[in-house]
Ligand binder design. Sequence first.
Ligand SMILES: Cc1ncc(COP(=O)(O)O)c(C=O)c1O
Length: 345
Amino acid sequence: MSTYIRQSVQDLQAYTPGEQPQVEGLIKLNTNENPYPPSPAVARALREFAADSLRLYPDPVCRTLRERIAAVEGCAVEQVFVGNGSDEVLRLATRAFTQPGGAVAAVDPTYSLYPVLAAAEEVGYRTVPLPEGFGWIEPPAALDASLFFLANPNAPTGVFYPVETIRAFCRQFKGVVLVDEAYVAFSGGRDCLALAKDLPNVLVCRTLSKSFSLAGLRLGYAIGSAELIGAMYKLKDSYNVDRLAQALALAALGDVPWMQDNARRIVATRERVAAELVKRGFRVIPSGANFLFVEPPAGTAAADLFADLRIKNILVRYFPGERTGRYLRVSIGTDAQMDAFLAAL
Ligand SMILES: Cc1ncc(COP(=O)(O)O)c(C=O)c1O
């Protein structure tokens, strides 16, 4: 017990990010990073970046970057919020779209940051348990929450929910639905952007961390009605996206075909590895993301396999717990990395 620290912070179970070990030769398949480099346009922008400009604060509202995003996504600048990674967008949404004593909801399992954000905001967290196989289940109509986090494709399962299913849910949910599309570039051109444009209660959240190979940059954005976007702008830090991030993100978003090519390669590798794992007796949850959620064959505990792979310098992700503990989440690396993974199995 500390008298210095707010009670809810004392009680908070902090989010556990995937490990980032500095181990020579480690094959890192644990945090869904992209194995391919970002567009050469990003490297060029980095070389040309004037260090002297760092004397000055960045544009507080990321005007130029938002114009680029608006052009890429086909919406108005006022419909775009830019954040320091999509994690910041999610945090601001939790604050903006809940009342004191209110609640957030999400399916279970899903991105394990969501309950942490709810607890930090001192609001409730309601879960809708997914059925076996993690397919869609209609949340109860009377769900007592004003914000629904819906990762699509979901994490850590990789399951992609059809856009029309989500549209029907958004229409009946009385609060804000934030469709977290961190992995959408790997789901074959299907996304929920139209919902954010058509419906007043829907936000779509994207990140440059996965498909644009820029996890180290920290850049995420949300698209939705000017009303919802404006609420998040009221709450953000004055200068939430630094100058370098704005410049490099602008370069990355100027070369969408580069990102799409990488995404296609990753999807091809994912399908090859999935088929190979099925041959070897794994249960593979069909994935629309840059990772696979797999259950090892009978007789092999996921936790043991995780530990054995670790000894062989291959790092995947294991989420203990009743719903997820039988599975491993394996990020898709290069073909060579995945061959090493398969060989190690
Ligand atoms: C579903 C989901 N949303 C958001 C994020 C965070 O993305 P960012 O790096 O933009 O904060 C992750 C990262 O793992 C994720 O899995």
